[in-house]
Structure formats: C-alpha cells, structure tokens
Design a protein around this ligand. Sequence first.
Ligand SMILES: [Zn+2]
Ligand SMILES: [Zn+2]
Length: 447
Amino acid sequence: MILPGFTGSSHISISVEPDVSQSTITLSSVYQLDLLPLFDRFGRYTCEIPLSVPTRNGSYTSKVSLECSYVPRDAEVILGSDWISNSSAAFCDDGSGLEDPPMSVTLSLPVGHYWTPNDDVQTLDNDSTDIDTMLFQMNSCCNDPIFDAPAFFAAHGMESDEVPLTREDVLSHFLNGQCASRKAPGCYEVARAVTSPVKISLMITEAIVVRCGRKQIPLSDLRVYCSAIGVTTTKRPEHTFLSQKLKTRCNTLRPLLNCDGLETTLSGIENLGKHSLQHLSAQHEVKIDPENDIDSARTSVVDHITSGGCQASSSSLCISIDNEYRESDAGANNDLETYILQLAAKKTKLTKKELRRVLKSKGIEFDNSEGIGELRRRLRSYITALRKGKQSQWSRTQRAESEFERRRHLNKIREEWPQPASMNLKENCPPLQRACASSLVPVVLKA
Ligand SMILES: [Zn+2]
Ligand SMILES: [Zn+2]
C-alpha cells in the first residue's frame, strides 16, 4: 500500500510497514529533495524531514528521523514501527490506507506529532513550528539578557501607554494562547491559522509538560512560566509539583476544545466541571462571584454568549468567536446575538438541558415538562420578537439620524445665507447699487 504524502510542498510516496523497525528514505529521494544527510553515532546516515501522511479524512504531520537506505524500494519513504507507535496509526479494515485516529489519540500524540482533518491540513504543517518558536521565544525571554521586549510587544500588538509591560506579559501572552486570531504579525507568525486560544494554550502547556518530563526545562524557567499564569506551589520537589499543576491545567483546558468555536460555543457547557467552567468564564471575561453556585455560573456564561457579549469583549476567546462570525456569510448583519440564538434553536445542535439553560439565561419562561421541540419553539418566537425589536430600534435610530441630518443642513443654509451689507458699505455706494445692497440678494460690488 503506497500513500501519497508530502514533505514541505513536495510529493513523496510512503509505505507503512509494521514489520520494519526503523523508518527509512531511499538515497535517490535524498538527492532529489536536496536533503543533507547527517552521519549519526551508529555510523548511519539519517535525515530529519517534516512529513505529512494521509489518513482517510485527514493527515498526520510530524518531523521524522529517517535512515537513508541504499536499497531501492517501491516507495520513497518506508515508515516502520517507530513511526506507527508514535502516531498510534491504524490501518483501515480494507487495508487501503490509514484510519483517522480517534479524538483520544489526537489529543495525546507526542510533541511534534499532529493529526488534523483535511479542511485545515495547511495549518497543520505550521503547528509544529508554532510550538517550537513559542518555546524558543519564551526561553530567550527568560534567559537572554538582550531579549528585545519592546520589539516583541510591537510585533504582537501589545503596546500600551498606560501599563508598563513586563517579560511576564510575554509569557502569559503565549501561555494563554493570545496569539490566536490576532492580526499582529508576531502573533500570526506563531499561531498561523489556528484561531482558538484554548487550543494554543493547551498545545503550549502540553509541550512544556512533556519537556519537563524529559528534564529539558530547568526549575528556574519553569517557575517563571508558571508564575506568569498564577501557578505556584510550596511543596517540594518544586519541579515535580509545578509540572503536575501544568498537567492539571491541560486537563482543565481540554474539555473547552468542545466549546471554543462559533458553532460550538454553547455546547458542552453543561458538562464542564467547576475548574473548566471557571477557566471558560475567565476566557470570556465573565466575572463570576465565587460565592455563587456552579449553576448560576453556567447561566452567567451562557447569558454572555447568547447576548452576543463576545462582540464587546477584548478577551482572546471572544475575539476569535467574533472574528469567526464576521468572516462568515452572516457576518455582514453584524448581529451576533440573533445568530447565536438561531444556532441554538437549530435541530440537533443542543441537548434539552443546554437549551433550557439558554432559555433561562434569556428569562424565557418554560415548563419543566416541555419537550425539546416546545423549548425550540419558545426560543424561535423569542428570536422573532427580538428581531422586530431590533427593527424598530433600527428605525428609531434611522429617524433620529435623518432628523439630525436635516437640522445640520438647515443650519448650514442659514449660515451661508448672505448677510445684509454693512452700513459703511451702503453709504459708500451709488444710489442704484445701494438699492441692491440693501436687499438680501448677493451682489458683487466693484471697488
Ligand atoms: Zn502574539
Ligand atoms: Zn465571549
């Protein structure tokens, strides 16, 4: 079975062979692709290349270390059990290709290994450099005495006249995934087409956890990273407990991947645990009273979303949802509130429990015995009323605007209307011209 893969933008044929232990590339492809083989400590030539391997509806991407093989083969690259175990790849039942990995696998792939569905394959290739670049910049932010913080802030659109920005702001910017969905060149360079701050935040935190496990991040750096996002510990060994806390952060963030987009923003909130919910409300900049129970916290977050509150907020998650809306077909209407409610009223979108929450957040009355169809009908009639209200509000604004415009025009005419000539001028005029000058008709007088 030969799969059509990619390395960078070049096509490359790939064969996946579980009984081969070391993945290889043929020497002729090494020359064709102009790769530089390195002589490793076992006396073998190896190449490291970014490789994209297709599955049924997506593809794996990772940097793969390949041994150069002198033996001509059917495929240019042979992926052996080393690659298979890293990517947890499985063959389709009919043996025609590779199966798409289940969600549990895609979320736990080793660092540098990704799988994404076909519609965003292009962003995928950049994902690995994202994390590497972010980690590199975080590292130099901590350790490089000549790290150019002002240049960083400028590149990431973080300039501020009022609050002096610190290196800690650089770290929290990355760790909170704030590069997502921002047009600033520094942000775009690392986030590429990944628009969810939750996703970036999760990816970078996971990468740090993995590197902690490999003892690649010294305690001094880890301490600074953690304190930038308010994570501290008094327990010893400090390194172990901090990395444990970051692992917990990943577990808190992961469920939010189900409610971080425009279409999915209302789904899954009912199932979020307390910590995930707190994280979500912080991401939406919704202040939750710690005294309040989890139920009213849910209602507050849902109320923010269903009121189109994301349009008025400057948090990364809200910006990414609003951007997604603006770039959609409906974006021209600039009415996120109605759009999100319409999505909620759609069949198969929300569960009964989730729909009830939406009604509750809008103060729409309903009976607990009502079925999901009835709840949807209530929401739809609310939307109709809301739209009418918006219409009349719109016509009120329109009327006020045209009245203002009319007055402005009138004042302009009044101001420009010729003024009566001065007495001095009248006295110096010959009689005939004087008659003209006394009227309000403008007259050009020759000196
Ligand atoms: Zn950024
Ligand atoms: Zn929001």
